[in-house]
Design a protein around this ligand. Structure first.
Ligand code: CAO
Length: 425
């Protein structure tokens, strides 16, 4: 079975998380992703948060599957020559250097477009054009500047960042869509184009319901927020709403049996209007089905704290899985708070390839997240991340068609890290 992006060559000049997330997705769909790294060091994440000495970190391995690695110094004349050959050979250049770094290597859009008019240049930056455009940015900065932090956490606490990497991985996802869209457009125009994703913009796109609420504030209080029922007035910007549901069906995280000693013995419970009657029966409040103070969604809004306290009295009698089984019988939307330990052991996730075991020559076996996007005619297999410079010779010879003598000359000039061509293999 052929892969959806087979034949597409990606010059992967990305590092850390946002760019590598994008190119890993493209690699899973079958693109040939050639990761260019600096000799001797490579992507900084290889050495960050290392759990084993002198072994590529999980941070690196989990973001760079299915890629090939070439090491070259892009600041030397010979390194630049190799880089330009890659530009002419590849379909897409993906990068997430600090603003201006690519141009300082001589790789401006104008020159790239002139050398290879079909090439797509895809970039992640922290901010788009404007007052912060020159800034370096990491995940949490994007969460803060994109509206996520100001709307996450509890009303009476400080702004919070979320564990989901919406700034880095979220932007990588956006960029991947931009790239395949530009590849599709190229089939019509024959030309490449620039694809730019700013991390601030991507976070904001993922937080659009909070901008919705900002505008609703002009017309009255946000009645589905807990603070409405608590009688606390709203300020002039979207407040933090704890675990309130961001949609029209009120929801909360509720304690389940064992919460006293298990930090994840909780269930997300949604009081969807359509299943209000079975909710009342299950929690032992059948009178609330017809009581005018509780019978309609609007009537319930000022009583949400009381209602969820009553529901919690029921959930606390069951463990989160039992509660879920009982509620699902009645199509009541709910979900257990799963720990990473529970997720790692989840059989369904392993069966679908979303949790995968990977074998690595210096690390041994480790777990990773496989492709969450499933194509019926282009299945993804996860192969291990490359060792630093593992494919340098192979790429020089088979992709760039350098002769043996030329490869030797390049190696002796010190611009490619042939030494990193792995003893371990
Ligand atoms: N050979 C020689 N030099 C190389 C090279 C190679 N193969 N690969 C990279 N370099 C050089 C670059 O040319 C650049 O040098 P100059 O600054 O002298 O031009 C330098 O290495 C690295 O650039 P950088 O500024 O991007 O790296 P940094 O570690 O200082 O900053 C980061 C990292 C992430 C803050 C910055 O890249 C950035 O803001 N990127 C855009 C936003 C982004 O993607 N952030 C998310 C990262 S994931 O949390």
């Amino acid at each position: 079975m052929s892969k959806a992006l087979e034949g597409v060559k990606i010059l992967d000049f990305t590092h850390v998380q946002s760019g590598p997330t994008c190119t890993q997705l493209l690699a899973w769909f079958g693109a040939d992703v050639i990761k260019v790294e600096r000799p001797g060091a490579g992507d900084a994440t290889r050495a960050q948060l290392q759990d084993l000495p002198d072994v590529d970190s999980l941070y690196f391995t989990m973001l760079n599957h299915n890629k090939r690695s070439i090491t070259l110094d892009s600041k030397t004349p010979k390194g630049k020559e190799v880089l330009w050959r890659l530009v002419k050979e590849c379909d897409v250049l993906v990068e997430n250097f600090a603003p201006g770094a690519l141009a300082r290597m001589g790789l401006t859009w104008e020159k790239i477009h002139e050398a290879n008019p079909r090439m797509i240049l895809a970039s992640v930056k922290g901010f788009g054009p404007g007052r912060y455009e020159e800034c370096k940015v990491y995940e949490n900065v994007a969460q803060c500047a994109g509206g996520s932090a100001s709307t996450t956490g509890f009303r009476d606490g400080i702004p919070m960042v979320t564990g989901a990497q919406i700034g880095d991985s979220g932007t990588g996802l956006h960029l991947a869509l931009g790239i395949v869209t530009a590849l599709f457009h190229r089939t019509v125009t024959g030309l490449g184009q620039k694809v730019d994703c700013a991390m601030q913009d991507s976070v904001l796109n993922l937080c659009r319901v909070k901008l919705r609420d900002q505008q609703r504030l002009d017309h009255g209080p946000l009645t589905e927020y807990s603070q409405f029922g608590e009688g606390i007035p709203f300020g002039d910007s979207t407040p933090r709403a704890g675990n309130d549901s961001g949609g029209g069906q009120p929801g909360r995280i509720l304690k389940c049996k064992g919460w006293e000693h298990d930090p994840n013995a909780y269930l997300y419970f949604i009081t969807q209007a359509a299943v209000w009657a079975p909710i009342c029966d299950i929690i032992g409040e059948p009178g609330w089905k017809t009581d005018p103070g509780y019978a309609t969604p609007k009537a319930r809004l000022p009583h949400l704290n009381e209602i969820f306290t009553r529901i919690e009295a029921w959930t606390m009698k069951h463990d989160k899985f039992e509660a879920m089984d009982i509620l699902n019988e009645y199509d009541i939307p709910c979900g257990p708070i799963l720990s990473m330990k529970e997720i790692a052991a989840d059989e369904s996730l392993r069966k679908t390839g979303t949790i995968v075991e990977v074998e690595h020559p210096t690390r041994g076996t480790y777990l990773t997240v496989g492709n969450p996007i499933k194509l019926s005619a282009s299945p993804s297999e996860v192969t291990r991340s490359p060792l630093l410079g593992e494919h340098t010779d192979e790429i020089l010879r088979s992709v760039l068609k350098y002769t043996d003598a030329e490869v030797d000359e390049i190696a002796h000039s010190g611009v490619v890290g042939r030494i990193e061509k792995i003893a371990a293999e």
